[in-house]
Design a protein. Sequence first.
Length: 367
Amino acid sequence: MIMVCNRQALIDAVGNVGHAVSGKSTLPALEGILLKASENSLFLAGYDLDMGITTTIEAEVREAGAIVLNARLFSDIVRKLPDDRVFIGTDDKLGTTIKSGKSEFTIMGISASEYPEIPSVNDGVGFTFPQNIMKSMIRQTIYAVAQTDNRPVHTGIQFELEENTLKLVAVDGSRLAIRSENINTEEQLKFVVPGKTMGEVLKLLSDDEDIPISFAVGKRHIVMEIDGYCVISRLLDGEFLPYKKAIPQQITTTVRVKTRELMSAVERASLVINDRIKSPLICEFRDNQIILSCITPLGSACDIIGAEIEGNAEEMGFNSRFLLDALKNSETDEIKIELSGPLSPMKILPASGESFLFLVLPVRLKR
């Protein structure tokens, strides 16, 4: 393989596909990036057997070929090169020369034949969606993805396509996040994508509403195409929580409040809580006020903000971080909170519309 390409294009490509490279693996090739030069283009891929990211950049290819280079070392070298043009050449013994300006490196590569085949989806269900809206949908649900794998299916985000609606759902046993948008498709489909994959997709998505992200969903894998990048991931198996049963229907208290004001009050009242102290944040809803208080071995805190409250007065306890995560991801100036008693989940919705629904389970208060 002998080729020349633009340094910045190479830096961007290596940085992005590198997110799918294994940190440590019994298969050395998985710790590397696959480079494949042909027909005036350079194909790059990272793959850890669960997720792969690929892309193609322009290159002057003088001799076609392929090599696998250690991702960390190759990335470090490319980022430090002095010139805009980068020469890469490999010999018969897998030695790879990287030149730019007056800088020259020679590193050992791994045969491309040792790189595992990246899955593809040829007969799956396809649909497209605006990048900017998908970015918002992932951001508003990924915070609720389970971090432990007691039930592996809950370490992902469930996509639901039905009745011209696309819904993303995440749950971790203490909270639930649902984000919905209209979509013009007749397809009916449910699948779960690992949270790690969605985190990488989130990094690649832009705020451009005119350029879509495209999906191809197979039985075991999904392929997502974003601005010249292709993200391939396995899908998670298992039965996702029948979450609709967990959403309270009998609402006894409705609260309207400014999101920023409530966030700031929760942050202030939580200053006496730390990772070693699991005291709940006590929330009282009465007389058009939200009273937040907390008592821990570090001290006590109390904060009061105004709100529009209809229905029963309530006193409830919450994990302050879980409550704060939901508020931060509301992405709206005003929210509506619905309560169904002190032991039922708090429901957080936009002040108008139904684009998102967050549930936060309460903590039983000791009397």
